[in-house]
Structures are given as structure tokens and as C-alpha cells.
Design a protein around this ligand. Structure first.
Ligand code: APR
Length: 254
């Protein structure tokens, strides 16, 4: 099952399961966007966490302690994400979904918009959207976080009450958006095949979705060039990259 190269027999087997599936759920992680030039979190050397302490930058307490440092880190990541393009994996996934209406669900841990820009707007975002903003404190007037109400700054502040603007992502220790995790659980329970693409499986509850699918009798296949924490729970391991495996897996399926 596992190996250090893509096993053509495993690829053919997973393709056959996808071809026959009424529902396919795809869970993606940072590795899905790696070939678009966006750094992953935990890959040695290239991973973001190799350079930063996540608790300092991707947490509310980190933001409250050093708002400008955290704001600037997200501003830098936003520049990189806006400059990136969907890769062949994003494109193959969206094209497959369009060819098979009602079959595909995409659940992502990523905060970039590459699935959407590849043509899959219904992507379920578990960890939010780095290109969106929200207020740090609940607005006493219940106002949406609107740049028109925020004075420029790093970070911007509300012109009336000084509320800070923060990135619209889920930080460590925060709850996932309820609607997103419910939709993801439903998709995992309803699918016949789950493809888990480009995630280390280190962060829950996202990592638990593969086990949810397996308990619902779905075939679970991992797409990852390296071993992950959830390989053992999968039926198949396709040892390759998102941009390499997904077109090979999906492009010939109508
Ligand atoms: N194609 C597929 N997978 C890849 C590729 C690639 N080209 N390059 C790297 N990978 C794999 C790595 O082997 C690793 O297993 O992608 C995975 C990336 O793992 P992480 O960096 O841990 O990212 P992810 O699993 O998405 O992290 C989950 O943790 O830090 C939080 O909120 C953050 O959403 C993130 C969550």
C-alpha cells in the first residue's frame, strides 16, 4: 500500500472506485497548494513553522500581544497568495466536479482561494479565508467588519471605537466555523470515496474526517509524496503530488 513511488496499480484501483462513486469527498491541506508556490506549514525547511512559532503568529493571544507583527505576517502571506495560481491539481479537481454534477465535495484546511479560482466556488473552508477580515472584538453595534469603518493601519482600527481588524482565519485554539465543520462531516459520511490530498493529518477535527468516511464504508485514498499521520487509516496511499496525481487520477473520467 505505501511505498516511496506512485504505484500504478493503486492509481488504477482508486480511479475505478472514483469512476463508480456516487459521491466523492476531497479533503485538502497545504500540500494541495505547494505546487502553486504557497509554503506548507510542517514540511521541513520549506514549511512556515520552520521559521515561525505558530503560537506567536497564528493565535489570538499572539495577535493581542503583537498586533503589528501578526498583521504584517498575514499581509505578506496575502501578497504571496494573490500572486499564486491554481495548479494542475486544483484544475483537475474542479473540472472533474463540473463534469460530474452532484458528485464532488471539496473540504479544505487551506485559507487560500485556489480551489475557488480553479472553478470550484462551493469549497467548504474549515479554517477560514486569509483574504477576508473581521473584527477582533464583537462590534457593539453589530456592524460587519467593513474597511470603510476602519482607519488604515497595521492592523487597521475602527474609526469609532478602536476595534482592531484581524484576518478572517481560524487561529489555534479557536472553534471552526460551525456550518463548515457540519457540512464537512456530512460530506464525509455521505461519500463513497474520500481523497485526502496534501495534509499531514496533524490538526483535528479536519484529520478525523478520513476516519469518518471510512466508518461510513467509503474507500479512503491518501495523495501525498510523504507519509502522513493518517496513512494507516487509508485503504490506498498514492505516493505523489497533488498536481501530478490528481490529473492522472481524474482527467480520463467523464
Ligand atoms: N502535493 C501533495 N502533498 C504535499 C505536497 C504536494 N506537492 N507537498 C507537500 N505535501 C504534503 C506534506 O507531505 C505534508 O503531509 O502536504 C502536507 C502538508 O502538511 P502541513 O504543512 O501540516 O499542512 P496541513 O496538513 O494542511 O496543516 C493543517 O495546520 O497549521 C495548521 O491551520 C493550519 O490548515 C493548517 C493545518
Amino acid at each position: 500500500m505505501a511505498g516511496d513511488a506512485l504505484d500504478p496499480a493503486a492509481l488504477a484501483a482508486v480511479r475505478a472506485h472514483v469512476a463508480a462513486a456516487r459521491r466523492v469527498c476531497v479533503l485538502t491541506g497545504a500540500g494541495m497548494s505547494a505546487e502553486s508556490g504557497i509554503p506548507t506549514f510542517r514540511d521541513a525547511l520549506t514549511g512556515l513553522w520552520a521559521k515561525f512559532d505558530p503560537a506567536e503568529l497564528a493565535s489570538e493571544e499572539g495577535f493581542r500581544a503583537q498586533p503589528q507583527r501578526v498583521w504584517d505576517w498575514y499581509a505578506e502571506r496575502r501578497v504571496g497568495m494573490r500572486a499564486s495560481q491554481p495548479n494542475a491539481g486544483h484544475v483537475a479537481l474542479a473540472a472533474f466536479g463540473r463534469r460530474r454534477p452532484g458528485v464532488l465535495s471539496v473540504v479544505t484546511q487551506n485559507v487560500d482561494d485556489l480551489h475557488q479560482r480553479a472553478g470550484w466556488p462551493d469549497t467548504i473552508r474549515l479554517h477560514g479565508d486569509i483574504l477576508a477580515n473581521c473584527w477582533l472584538e464583537p462590534c457593539p453595534r453589530g456592524r460587519a467588519c467593513d474597511p470603510a469603518h476602519a482607519a488604515a493601519g497595521r492592523p487597521p482600527r475602527c474609526t469609532d471605537c478602536g476595534n482592531l481588524v484581524r484576518p478572517g482565519v481560524v487561529w489555534f485554539g479557536e472553534m471552526l466555523p460551525e456550518g463548515a465543520i457540519d457540512a464537512a462531516e456530512r460530506a464525509a459520511r455521505a461519500c463513497d470515496v474520500m481523497l485526502v490530498v496534501g495534509t499531514s493529518g496533524a490538526v483535528w477535527p479536519a484529520a478525523g474526517l478520513a476516519a469518518t468516511a471510512r466508518r461510513a464504508a467509503a474507500q479512503v485514498a491518501i495523495v501525498n509524496p510523504h507519509p502522513s499521520e493518517i496513512d494507516d487509516g487509508a485503504h490506498w496511499v498514492l505516493r505523489g503530488t497533488a498536481a501530478g496525481v490528481l490529473p492522472a487520477l481524474l482527467d480520463t473520467l467523464d
